[in-house]
Design a protein around this ligand. Structure first.
Ligand code: RP5
Length: 165
């Protein structure tokens, strides 16, 4: 199976990415994790991105805060799909990172999830990889079934506790 690569702009972003690690482990999707910065280690980002496809990487998750250009820079050097996670790490509460990540000019796409939305980034990465892996697709559908049953159970409890009929 192709791997997912998770790249963060700084080790200070690490806590935001823990939900992504959990999801990928849950779905048995192999992943590697790096701290590479578009402005502090530009050459490493270039090398990584240029070699991503030949290194067996099928999806890249790029998380960064502030003037977050990491996802766009990676995407500019590879056609491996890039999912951007804007990180809330500044006085602007992540709005700066969200706009920097999501507003890519036409030609170089970055699929951007919510601020700190690494869980959905990992799920989207699994969905992309599942197009070539029926068992992974089954695991994702099973996960959704469990989620649905969980919400309906909560609905039952809240309906019984709070309704006044
Ligand atoms: C970004 O700047 C990183 O992704 C991080 O979110 C933010 C702050 O980085 P540090 O100064 O904590 O290393 O590049």
């Amino acid at each position: 199976m192709k791997k997912v690569a998770i790249i963060m702009g700084s080790d200070s972003d690490l806590p935001v990415l823990e939900p992504a690690f959990d999801i990928l482990k849950q779905f048995n999707v192999p992943f590697e994790v790096h701290v590479y910065s578009a402005h502090r280690t530009p050459e490493t980002v270039f090398e990584f991105s240029r070699n991503a496809y030949s290194n067996g990487i099928g999806v890249i998750i790029a998380a960064a805060g502030k003037a977050a250009h990491l996802a766009g820079v990676i995407a500019s050097h590879t056609a491996v799909p890039v999912i951007g996670v804007p990180v809330k790490s500044s006085t602007l509460d992540g709005m700066d990172a969200l706009l920097s990540t999501v507003q890519m000019p036409g030609g170089i796409p970055v699929a951007t999830v919510a601020i700190n939305g690494s869980k959905n980034a990992a799920l989207l990465a699994c969905e992309i990889l599942s197009l070539g892996d029926e068992m992974l697709m089954e695991r994702i559908l099973g996960f959704r079934e469990i989620m649905m049953a969980d919400v309906l159970k909560k609905n039952d409890e809240i309906f019984k506790t709070y309704s006044s009929l």
